[in-house]
Design a protein around this ligand. Structure first.
Ligand SMILES: Cc1cc2nc3c(=O)[nH]c(=O)nc-3n(C[C@H](O)[C@H](O)[C@H](O)COP(=O)(O)O)c2cc1C
Length: 184
């Protein structure tokens, strides 16, 4: 099978990581993949904050889980209360993806960049997980300030990255097939 199709079809969200840090070269390649994503009007309105500080990630995890535990949405509060849950799945690297507020389609452009990172990571044997729940962190000004996001940008998502723990990996999942119609 074509290599890119194979990477797309075999990628899964990885939630069990080895503690070992990914190589600098690999991180660079993943960011390169992100910045080669398409963007509306070629604005490239993204910014990436790379966090490799375990103490800070664990702190953010606690802050997020506390807020989540107060949610009225049951599955969200259940994760917040679950002592074993870690929002970043204990990944050694987390990248926060932010978009320029004034851009034409910042959220979509940043999502394309995020998907590029997941695919690039997988192609390098690095596990990844798109983390939407990080948005609880962004609601608290003093915590969000710790990310030093440039003026005029807003954080959207995080990507957790690390070497997959080979003993605990997900199997392929069924995909909905009935999602296309053809007009010829
Ligand atoms: C916008 C978005 C937000 C997500 N947020 C989270 C998250 O906070 N935590 C998590 O573990 N997975 C998160 N995921 C991963 C999805 O759960 C995952 O992609 C989905 O279950 C399909 O599994 P797969 O990625 O292995 O194909 C998110 C995915 C997307 C696209």
């Amino acid at each position: 099978m074509n290599e890119i199709i194979n990477v797309i079809k075999t990628r899964r969200s990885i939630r069990r990581f080895l503690p070992e840090q990914i190589k600098e070269e690999e991180l660079k390649t993943i960011i390169e993949a992100a910045i080669h994503a398409p963007s509306g009007h070629n604005e490239q309105p993204w910014h990436f904050t790379v966090i490799q500080n375990k103490e800070l990630l664990d702190h953010f995890n606690s802050v997020i889980k506390k807020l989540m535990s107060e949610s009225e949405v049951e599955w969200i509060s259940a994760i917040g209360r679950n002592e074993k849950a870690h929002i970043f799945h204990n990944a050694p690297t987390v990248i926060i993806v932010s978009g320029r507020k004034s851009a034409y389609s910042a959220l979509v452009d940043c999502s394309a960049a995020t998907q590029n990172m997941l695919l690039a990571a997988h192609s390098l044997g690095i596990g990844s997980c798109w983390i939407g729940l990080v948005n609880f962190l962004f609601k608290i000004k003093e915590e969000a300030q710790k990310l030093s996001i440039p003026e005029g940008y807003e954080p959207f998502y995080a990507v957790a990255l690390g070497y997959p723990d080979p003993s605990k990996q997900p199997r392929p999942i069924e995909r909905k097939k009935d999602v296309v119609n053809y007009i010829k």
